[in-house]
Design a protein. Structure first.
Length: 343
């Protein structure tokens, strides 16, 4: 900004030499600010990035649902802007030059940053409207519904956008700022440095079986007894978790379990139990009740294989209008026991 009094404007051009203006009878000089450099627009960079990833303008136009001429024009504008060639154009397609490869990396970073900014600002907007976006694995549903009931009693205006899925799916939603927080099993799969985890409970490994089946009179099972039955195990789509620890426990006991299926989805596992195909080894809260028609039996030898249930969120959003009430609830809820030895 220049130093003119409010409401007064320079009669000089932006590139003019120092100008003089009389203010209250006193002549003052000032130098107008120069024109800002041409601002990069995101759309041409998005077009450029898509062409690099798909190898041609025609392929990019199909992905972008945009006619080819605007894409060609955007590429020419970028090349003209920096006076560089961004592509080697051949009959087989378009290959980025050294300048093109450099721009691709920088444009990817910029577009991702722009997307994050947009998501974060929408978070502020939704927070002002009282929308809490939260994800949850099956084992966290009881804790999440308790939180919703408590928060709604204090803030009847609050609304919730709920997302359910496996830990990897929810971590990806959080990384893309599409949710504010998630209840997931630890350890985390993605290496996201700005995500904070708050451990809520130590889970237990339990066996789901039919209430009228051969194990109806049992309250717990040993690994040796489990090894005599077909099993379905919960396995993450990526990363290390309960599946690997359960197999390690069997291996250390000198036993080989009969694993007939692996699944990342608890409803699928429960359906296999209902059909009598296998017993299911699942994570469970300490006080969780089994569904009708099923029993949940303890397996003391698998206590070391259980995951921890945690609330994950971006630390920089901890004081936001959306997240603060949720964090406060999980810090103060007396129904959530402390877990000795956990961070």
């Amino acid at each position: 900004m220049n130093n003119l009094p409010a409401g007064m404007h320079s009669p000089c051009g932006r590139h003019a030499p120092p100008c003089f203006l009389a203010v209250n009878g006193v002549q003052r000089s000032f130098t107008p600010l120069p024109d800002p450099p041409d601002m990069l627009k995101l759309k041409p960079l998005h077009y450029f990035k898509t062409v690099v990833e798909h190898g041609s303008i025609s392929a990019a136009s199909k992905v972008l649902y945009t006619a080819q001429p605007p894409i060609s024009k955007a590429l020419l504008q970028l090349e003209s802007h920096w006076d560089v060639r961004l592509f080697e154009r051949t009959p087989r397609g378009m290959t980025p030059t050294d300048a093109g490869r450099h721009l691709y990396q920088r444009a990817s970073d910029l577009l991702q940053l722009a997307d994050n900014i947009d998501s974060e600002m929408r978070t502020f907007s939704e927070g002002q409207r009282g929308v809490v976006r939260i994800g949850c694995v099956d084992m966290g549903i009881v804790l999440l519904t308790n939180a919703i009931v408590a928060l709604r009693s204090e803030r009847p205006d609050l609304q919730f956008s709920l997302h359910q899925g496996d830990p990897l799916y929810l971590e990806e939603l959080l990384e893309r700022r599409q949710i504010d927080a998630a209840l997931v099993h630890l350890p985390l799969t993605l290496n996201t440095c700005d995500v904070t985890s708050r451990v809520l409970q130590q889970l237990h490994v339990r066996v789901l079986c039919l209430a009228d089946g051969p194990l109806a009179g049992s309250s717990s099972l040993s690994l040796a007894e489990l090894a005599a039955h077909p099993l379905v195990l919960l396995r993450r789509q990526r990363g290390f978790g309960m599946y690997e620890r359960v197999l390690s426990c069997f291996n250390e006991a000198g036993l080989t379990p009969e694993v007939v299926a692996q699944a990342s989805d608890l409803p699928v596992m429960k359906q296999l139990v209902r059909q009598g195909v296998a017993l299911a080894l699942v994570p469970s809260l300490a006080d969780a009740l089994p569904e009708a028609g099923m029993l949940a039996l303890d397996v003391p030898q698998l206590d070391v294989a259980a995951d921890r249930l945690a609330l994950i969120y971006h630390q920089q959003h901890a004081e936001s209008a959306v997240l603060k009430p949720l964090l406060a609830f999980f810090s103060e809820d007396p129904s959530i026991p402390s877990v000795p030895g956990l961070p």
